[in-house]
Design a protein around this ligand. Sequence first.
Ligand SMILES: NC(=O)c1ccc[n+]([C@@H]2O[C@H](COP(=O)([O-])OP(=O)(O)OC[C@H]3O[C@@H](n4cnc5c(N)ncnc54)[C@H](OP(=O)(O)O)[C@@H]3O)[C@@H](O)[C@H]2O)c1
Length: 207
Amino acid sequence: MAEKSKILIIGGTGYIGKFIVEASAQSGHPTFALLRESTVSDPAKAKLVEGFKNSGVTILIGDLNDRESLVNAIKQVDVVISAVGQMQLADQVNIIAAIKEAGNVKRFLPSEFGNDVDRARAVEPAKSAWAIKVGIRRAIEAEGIPYTYVSSNYFAGYSLTTLMQPGLPPPPRDKVTILGDGNAKGTKSSFKMLIVDNLSTSKEKID
Ligand SMILES: NC(=O)c1ccc[n+]([C@@H]2O[C@H](COP(=O)([O-])OP(=O)(O)OC[C@H]3O[C@@H](n4cnc5c(N)ncnc54)[C@H](OP(=O)(O)O)[C@@H]3O)[C@@H](O)[C@H]2O)c1
């Protein structure tokens, strides 16, 4: 049986990243999580980090802004998955540079996990974040790094706890803005994920 690829997740303690770390470890991939020292010593993250260790995940101390730690971590794996948050999206140029320096990576999945930013249109504030994701895509392609972009559209659960009130701690207790008369019907579509990579010219849709 072919050996499972070794996977490094950067941003593994985030909203999305923790599921990726868990899924990678459960699938039997040797899994590595690059975490900052401050994250590992954060009591609020202790349970999550302990769970990673119990699942056999190797914790590597590093930082998106520390080139040496990135290169050292990347040299140990075949696949790099970034799940860094919106504020760190632009800093993924550091991962691209480190992948080039390490020279061993078979595939890079940048932090996407939303709309297909090359095809969808957005208004602010999403527009600016999407522009950064587009820039990272072009930088990866310019460097000739094998890539996969995972476009999983919007997770309704992300905003449900705040009742769609961005920036408020969930649940908002003082004031809730109800759009319209509050009786508008919502729509729900089935989950669709678009995977775009440089392995084939066709786009694969997964229901
Ligand atoms: N489709 C949707 O509905 C949806 C919803 C949410 C997010 N997303 C997308 O999913 C991706 C991840 O977003 P998220 O909300 O899950 O992110 P997040 O919760 O903000 O998590 C960011 C992660 O990056 C880590 N990090 C921050 N600075 C770092 C540094 N300097 N070095 C190393 N690690 C660092 C954080 O570590 P700490 O734990 O130490 O802070 C955390 O693990 C984004 O591309 C976002 O656009 C999509």
